[in-house]
Design a protein around this ligand. Structure first.
Ligand code: FES
Length: 115
């Protein structure tokens, strides 16, 4: 009898979008991929190539569940354009629950933020 394979579910909470919760499969997809798959608009000017910082997210909790900083993120950290509690949504991959916020600079005019 085939053994059932369980996929760990990961919860992504966007604190200032009314604490919107996304339940996603633990996979190799980036946080930005998951946001878009749930029809959440999130700024991503360079098309998720790690060449801008418009997809920046503030990590409130669960940073330890994210992958190591990518080369692109390290470049922005060196330049002082990415803070200690910030990640690029197009580079970050969550293997456990995280709570994030949309920073002021990344807010889109048609979205209703709760702060
Ligand atoms: S979309 Fe440009 S760095 Fe993420």
């Amino acid at each position: 009898m085939a053994k059932a394979i369980r996929c760990a579910m990961v919860k992504i909470v966007i604190e200032n979008l009314g604490r919107k919760e996304l339940e996603v499969n633990n996979s190799s997809k980036t946080v930005l991929n998951h946001l878009h798959e749930h029809y959440l608009d999130w700024m991503h000017a360079c098309g998720a190539k790690g060449r801008c910082t418009t997809c920046k997210m503030v990590v409130i909790d669960g940073a330890e569940h994210l992958n190591e900083f990518t080369k692109a993120e390290l470049k922005y950290i060196d330049r002082g354009e990415l803070g200690q509690n910030e990640r690029l949504a197009c580079q970050a991959i969550a293997s456990g629950d995280i709570i994030i916020r949309v920073p002021h600079a990344g807010k889109l005019p048609h979205m209703n933020y709760s702060d």
